[in-house]
Design a protein around this ligand. Structure first.
Ligand code: MTE
Ligand code: LUZ
Ligand code: MOS
Length: 750
């Protein structure tokens, strides 16, 4: 089935928040932000700003009727700063005006008196000062202390993985409208409608039922709108309540880049030990996560880092510790992979450095240690249907790995100024929110009397194709044509108490809920049909919109069945509820079974490096991916290609820079380079790993949103190898990103 949004997107007819028609006297808000990364807010002078034409008011923390607090996991983040400011771009106040231009002008005229203090941007400094978001956490299995003695090779090192700007095409925004009896209606560009509802209720001191949040779709979220869409919605709602008008707040791109958090940069230390046959015997790591100025989702993200510390490998002795460090940067947040890419960076860097020191190829170590059936992760979960080895083997046969490696060797011998490099990159990603309680969802399915179907779920469409897949699931469950089905907006009044569309789990969680609701409806319809035909319920079957009784055609087709059931006063609506079975986690022991299943795969990236200029391109990326039984191969391929490019961008192009004072320097697309069509690999070859289908994935179609991000990391390690083949003195230093500038320096480093 084609993505139902394809035509709308291409023809510009798809509606985003900023396209929605606003009411006639709609007001506009603009945020006043801190110019200092750390300091004491002495005073705020509104008088000049209030004189600007069109300005209705300037709201601060004093205007909040409820709690000035937006922290979801830890209550450590005010909506508007009160006495202290903690990062550049932190909201202090909000101007409300008749138009955006006046609001912006007035925001600049607000005079802030801030006594600035020194800023901390380095997580290690924060750690030394004891400035942690939460107490450190450690996962372990076996005993590393004993294991080191059995290792023939022990390698220690340090790595630094960078931050990453989400750069969703649609900037953050919200539009709030006052309703009857103190109700507030909010259109929000959020991945988490319930999160917005809950926090707005807290800020406004209203019960949640007075807040209705509605989401049509996002122009991308990538995790950046899992938690950080909330403040703008809260501000718009606050102003709307105060002025009794519609209020719109949409961030400009530069504001969005300055104010919102990004992927967490990590500084990590590791120690890895191998025996003579290259088996990894022990692994230790300390991860220092740069959390920024508030907790946001950092505790959950650093936890996912621990869950993925061993990458795609089985390591019998592990001890890994996570430190979430509070710095004076915007609070960093969810970004595709959610801490797992940072973990993969450390273990794969450790393997590269070990290979360098031992004098073997990295893939020899990778291959030797792939996790197998019935082996344990450091958090106690035992693998079921592990597919790491199958992915590896299929990649090497399908893409003739040995031949490719030989070709590259020959190419490098024959070329002086152009060098090729390659890297394999096996992935293993756990599916489920690591917080067990978040793994449930509901779907509301209405069958209308004309046979058309309307479905509401918690899932937010953000380009990943969830709406198309929901239609496929419903069509399959009801055995009707997809054209009869419509997916409604994600709305808190129709589907309540939902988890955000995140953790790659929206299709599983909401898909199962849709399936359950549809099954109940179908059973009810068939039961009506059986009664009216005078046969047993179990005699009837609906196949492609036609009802059969023990294989014989009946007078009932879908439309007649629905029409008849309606006249017989049957309930044609249903709520399906799904909670992922068999998952749990005991934090006091740091052991459990947090994931419904894992997604596996392997990638081979081949890059070509111009050793005069330091520029490079990825020739090809060959991937074997464990899709299960893909519900939609076109959408799933799109997810792999998009995630791949985003992963490549993270480690080889994007260069997020803050100065020592915590000011974002790469604050526009002229200074922050993201991948484009020219940086895309020459070729992306994708093989679907044949899968027997043993998982709780919806119709055996495994989650696809985040796991392929890690394939992009292969290009970084391929570049390392290309540099090495030009400069024999080069030693991998564990620092990303490798921009052309850094590559050039590495090529000529003595
Ligand atoms: N694809 C597009 N086009 N746009 C996005 O914002 N977000 C990614 C991924 N794919 C994203 C995307 C992230 S971070 C997640 S968690 C999943 O989609 C969420 O959707 P799913 O759970 O429906 O896969
Ligand atoms: N969000 C979350 C996530 O709250 N918990 C998770 O485990 C998670 N994983 C990936 C992406 N977002
Ligand atoms: Mo994705 S980082 O779970 O929104």
């Amino acid at each position: 089935m084609k993505n139902i949004d394809a035509l709308g997107h291409l023809s510009g007819q798809s509606k985003y928040l900023d396209d929605l028609p606003v009411e006639e006297h709609c007001l506009h808000a603009y945020v006043v932000t801190s110019p200092h990364a750390n300091g004491v807010l002495k005073s705020l002078d509104k008088s000049m700003a209030l004189k600007i034409e069109g300005v209705l008011g300037i709201l601060t923390a004093d205007d909040i009727p409820g709690e000035n607090q937006i922290g979801a996991i830890i209550k450590d983040e005010p909506l508007f700063a009160e006495k202290h400011v903690h990062f550049i771009g932190q909201p202090i106040a909000m101007v409300v005006a008749k138009d955006k231009r006046s609001a912006k002008l007035a925001a600049k005229a607000v005079i802030l008196n801030i006594k600035a203090d020194t800023a901390v941007t380095d997580p290690l400094i924060a750690y030394k000062k004891g400035d942690l978001i939460m107490p450190p956490r450690t996962f372990q299995q076996g005993d590393t202390a004993i294991a080191w003695e059995k290792c023939a090779h022990i390698i220690e090192g340090k790595t630094e993985s960078p931050g990453q700007e989400h750069l969703y095409l649609e900037a953050q925004g919200a539009y709030a409208l006052p309703g009857e009896n103190g109700k507030i209606f909010i259109y929000s560009s959020t991945q988490g409608p319930t999160a917005v509802q809950r926090i707005v209720a807290r800020i406004l001191n209203l019960p949640m039922h007075k807040i209705e949040v509605d989401v049509t779709r996002l122009g991308g979220g990538f995790g950046g709108k899992e938690d950080q869409a909330t403040p703008w919605a809260a501000m718009a709602a606050l102003a709307s309540l105060k002025f009794r008008k519609g209020v719109k707040l949409v961030l400009d791109r530069d504001q969005d880049m300055m104010m919102t958090g990004k992927r967490h940069p990590y500084t990590s230390y590791f120690k890895i030990g191998l025996d003579t046959s290259l088996k990894i015997k022990a692994f230790e790591a300390d991860y220092y996560q740069n959390a920024g100025a508030a907790a946001d989702l950092s505790p959950a993200i650093v936890e996912r880092t621990l869950f993925h510390s061993t990458g795609s490998y089985f390591i019998p002795n592990v001890r890994v510790t996570a430190y979430s460090c509070r710095t004076n940067l915007p609070p960093n947040t969810a970004f595709r992979g959610f801490g797992a890419p940072q973990a993969f960076f450390v273990i794969e860097s450790a393997i590269r450095m070990a290979a360098e020191k031992i004098g073997v190829q990295a893939e020899a170590i990778q291959k030797e240690n792939l996790i197998d059936e019935d082996q344990s992760f450091p958090f106690g979960q035992i693998t079921e249907a592990a597919r790491a080895k199958e992915s590896w083997n299929l990649l090497s046969t399908e893409f003739q790995l040995e031949n490719k490696i030989e070709e590259i060797k020959v190419f490098n011998q024959n070329n002086t100024w152009i060098k090729k490099g390659y890297a394999t990159f096996p992935i293993c990603f756990g599916i489920s929110f690591t917080n067990t309680m978040m793994n449930h969802s509901r779907a509301l399915v209405h069958i209308y009397s004309d046979g058309s179907v309307g479905i509401s779920t918690a899932a937010v469409e953000m380009g990943q194709g969830v709406n198309t897949k929901m239609i496929q699931i419903a069509a399959k469950s009801l055995s009707i044509k997809p054209e009869r089905i419509r997916i409604e907006t994600a709305n808190t009044s129709r589907v309540a108490n939902t988890s955000p569309t995140a953790a790659s789990s929206a299709i599983d969680l909401n898909g199962h809920a849709v399936r359950i609701a549809c099954k109940a409806l179908l059973n009810r319809l068939l039961s009506f049909g059986a009664k009216s035909l005078g046969v047993e319920d179990s005699d009837l079957k609906l196949v492609h919109e036609q009802v059969f009784s023990k294989g014989e055609i009946t007078p009932y087709n879908w439309k007649k069945l629905v029409g008849g059931a309606f006249e017989a006063r049957c309930q044609l609506s249903e709520v399906g509820h799904y909670a992922t079975p068999n998952i749990f986690f005991d934090k006091s022991k740091e052991k459990g079974h947090p994931f419904a299943y894992h997604v596996y795969g392997n990638a081979l990236s081949i890059v070509e490096l111009d050793c005069l200029r330091g520029t490079y391109k990825t020739d090809s990326v060959s991937i074997v991916h464990d899709f299960g039984k893909s519900l939609n191969t076109a959408i799933d391929r799109g997810q792999v290609e998009g995630a791949l490019l985003q992963g490549m961008g993270w480690l080889t192009m994007e260069d997020l820079r803050f100065d020592k004072k915590g000011r974002l320097l790469s604050n526009a697309l002229s200074t922050y380079k993201i991948p484009d069509i020219h940086s895309a690999p020459g070729e992306v070859k994708l093989v679907f790993l044949p899968n027997p289908g043993t998982s709780s994935a919806i119709f055996q179609s495994k989650a696809i949103g985040e796991p392929p991000f890690m394939y992009g990391m292969a290009s970084f390690f391929a570049l390392i190898e290309a540099i090495r083949s030009f400069n024999p003195k080069f030693r991998y230093d564990g620092i990303a990103p490798l921009t052309p500038e850094k590559v050039l320096m590495a090529l000529y480093k003595g």
